[in-house]
Design a protein around this ligand. Structure first.
Ligand code: OXT
Ligand code: ADP
Ligand code: MG
Length: 590
């Protein structure tokens, strides 16, 4: 055994005074700090418990969750909001797997995140000899993220963290896995050598300027447009080039459609916003500029009835990832680069006398917007009890309009779809939702990250099912006393709360929950404020008060169990079967 005040070196032989030594724990912490990491989202346990303690002792903010998936979602949302990789830390095997869902989701959403997971002894894992929480984590992580690295020697920690940071944020952002076998943390090396081994990543996500000929090509396509449209996605929100985007949009005069997390890049009440004329603009537009948005399922892959086929359209696509071009349809003018550089180049190339699009088109869009907004406004006034989605969301729309800096988190099916179209967002990156995968359970992790990373009050509008995936994290919210107000749209179930068992048996239907569950009382159990709201007025008052006080609050909003639709707005994605329809009749039709 090494004498007191001395330790075993990485090569296992020498001993020296601990004052001149560092170890894997501290090298990892120092490497993260050197690269601007300020917060770690984690769940402690073997072998990373002390890593969390030492990180906290060294001045990092370490937030402990109840389940790794939510720590992971928080890290990924931190990545989206800050353009720096959000860091999640997990224990081996089961903790790692819990965090992996969030890592894969971050990669799908193109958000930078690093999952650092402790793992078991390599020698035992590789011989499959049954170590504590044994699993070949690197192999499992690899297909689910952008890059995966393992560090075996303390002197490689610096370079490993540098690789992880650059991989996460450069090009198309995504999730990176960093495998830390437990015994790495205890490895000891000379402190001066250790410091020298750290790497600060210079310019981790370099601006990518589009080629001049690509810009000229795009301008030519724009010049031929009679019914142009811009579609902005969360890649544009991520880019943080808000002013350049606004300048381009306003200079072009084109109507624009914000995808859900691009809402607020320009205020939803902007005269060019075509969110309330979605069907019309998708169908009619002849030139579409995709700006940090993919032509995936959320946009019917850019083809089909929704796009007015066989009407032919030309697409201009701005994306940092060249492989995104032509993924679904031909892209007439690909602009490979970051959104900020691309829109700045377009604005410049448009010159000072850019011709506004034909008034016939912009007037048609404005008229449709006006009609839809007016129709919706009438529905939002209703005071029905139990509340329907429109009545309840009418109240919450006011809350956000009065607090445009507040962060809005939103998940569910009907709760998501109604809230997306009803609640206007006024500023960039204020709305966080289920993302590309439509994942339930992102709510509480997102709410924690939104509060921690922005310092602003957070309103999380949650379907009761969606909340159930992450509900235990309200203890986390209370523990850190975060300014989060959660509203549960409690309709007693998934989509609706009024379905019955089709066999006529005693078990409840597959989509319904305990009737009138008191989620507000869960919040009270942790010292938070729990409110039961049955009317739009009660809801408005309770949420306004919570947003102003910053006190962790959960409002149980009682929603009519019959108010929702199967799968919200995406019921058509449910598989259909003539056999099922023959057996069960109309109710099997979605
Ligand atoms: O132009 P038209 O006329 O068409 O009108 C459109 C707009 O112009 C108009 N509009 C407006 N009008 C007036 N004013 C304004 N401001 C305005 N803005 C828009 O409104 C219409 C509609 O516009 P919108 O919304 O923009 O357009 P649309 O057509 O909906 O857009 C299409 C999409 C695809 C882009 C959009 O629908 C979208 O983004 N959808 C995302 C859907 C999604 O991701 N859903 C979540 C998944 S659903 C399901 O899978 C669920 N699960 C399974 C499950 C999941 N997901 N995850 C995991 C880990 N496990 C299981 C579960 C369990 S949902 C779910 C739980 C559900 O139950 P809850 O209790 O949580 O929730 P409740 O349903 O409330 O009970
Ligand atoms: P949405 O769901 O909002 O439509 P998507 O997630 O489908 O958005 O698309 C985001 C796109 O943005 C991805 O193709 C991604 O490569 C791209 N992207 C991410 N960051 C940037 C950036 N800084 N500049 C340009 N494109 C980006
Ligand atoms: Mg529900």
């Amino acid at each position: 055994m090494a004498p007191e005040g001395a330790s075993t070196m990485a090569d296992g032989n020498e001993t020296a005074s601990v004052d001149n030594l560092t170890d894997g724990f501290h090298l990892l912490i120092d490497a993260l700090k050197l690269n601007g990491v300020e917060t770690i989202y984690n769940v402690p346990g073997i072998p990373i418990t002390d890593l969390g303690r030492y990180a906290q002792a060294s001045g990092l903010r370490v937030l402990s969750f109840r389940h790794e998936q939510h720590a992971g979602y928080a890290a990924s949302v931190a990545g989206f909001l800050t353009k720096k990789p959000g860091v999640c830390m997990t224990v081996s095997a089961p903790g790692f797997l819990n965090g992996l869902t969030a890592l894969a989701n971050a990669t799908t959403n193109c958000w930078p995140m690093i999952l650092i997971s402790g793992s078991s002894e390599r020698e035992i894992v590789d011989l499959m000899q049954g170590d504590y929480e044994e699993m070949d984590q690197l192999a499992i992580a690899k297909p689910l993220c952008k890059a995966a690295y393992r560090v075996l020697h303390a002197e490689d920690i610096g370079i490993a963290v540098a690789r992880a940071v650059r991989s996460a944020v450069s090009g198309r952002p995504g999730g990176v896995y960093l495998d830390i076998p437990g015994n790495l943390l205890g490895q000891v090396m000379d402190a001066v050598e250790g410091e020298k081994s750290l790497v600060k990543v210079i310019d981790p996500a370099p601006r990518q300027v589009p080629a001049p000929e690509a810009v000229a090509r795009a301008i030519e396509v724009m010049k031929g447009a009679k019914k142009p449209l811009i579609i902005m996605g969360k890649g544009a929100a991520y880019d943080q080039s808000d002013e350049a985007i606004r300048e381009f949009v306003e200079k072009s005069g084109y109507p624009y459609l914000p995808m859900s997390m691009a809402k607020g890049l320009l205020p939803d009440v902007h005269p060019q916003c075509a969110a309330a004329a979605r069907s019309l603009v998708l169908k009619e537009a002849d030139v579409v500029i995709m700006m940090g948005a993919r032509l995936n399922w959320l946009l019917s892959h850019g083809k089909g009835k929704q796009w007015g086929e066989p009407y032919s359209k030309k697409f201009i696509q701005i994306d940092i990832d060249p492989r995104e071009m032509d993924s679904n349809v031909e892209i007439a003018a690909p602009l490979v680069g970051d959104v900020g550089s691309c829109v700045a180049a377009l604005s410049e190339a448009m010159g000072d006398s850019w011709q506004a699009p034909p008034a016939e088109w912009t007037d048609a869009v404005s008229t449709k917007v006006k009609t839809n907004v007016e129709r919706m406004a009438a529905n939002l006034q209703n005071n029905a009890v139990p509340m329907n989605y429109q009545g309840a969301l009418g109240s919450l729309k006011r809350v956000i309009a009065e607090r445009p800096d507040a962060m809005l988190v939103n998940e569910g099916a009907n709760t998501l779809d109604f809230a997306r179209s009803i609640i206007d967002v006024y500023k960039p990156r204020k709305r966080i939702d289920v993302g590309t995968w439509g994942v339930m359970g992102i709510g509480m992790g997102s709410a924690v990250a939104a509060a921690v990373e922005t310092g602003n009050p957070v309103l999380a509008i949650e379907g009761d099912s969606a909340f159930g995936f992450c509900g235990m994290e309200i203890e986390t919210i209370c523990r850190y006393n975060l300014p989060v107000c959660i509203v549960i749209f409690n309709n007693n179930g998934i989509y609706r709360g009024d379905d019955t068992n089709w066999s006529g048996g005693e078990d409840p239907a597959t989509t319904v929950f305990v009737e009138d569950s008191r989620y507000d009382q869960m919040m009270q159990a942790f010292g938070g404020n729990g409110v039961y709201a049955t009317t739009p007025d009660e809801l408005y008052r309770a949420v306004s008060e919570a947003m102003d006080s910053g006190r962790p609050t959960l409002v149980n909003a009682v929603i009519d169990p019959a108010a929702g639709k199967e799968s919200g707005n995406i019921g058509s994605l449910n598989p259909q079967s003539v056999v099922a329809q023959a057996r069960y009749g109309e109710k099997a039709k979605k």
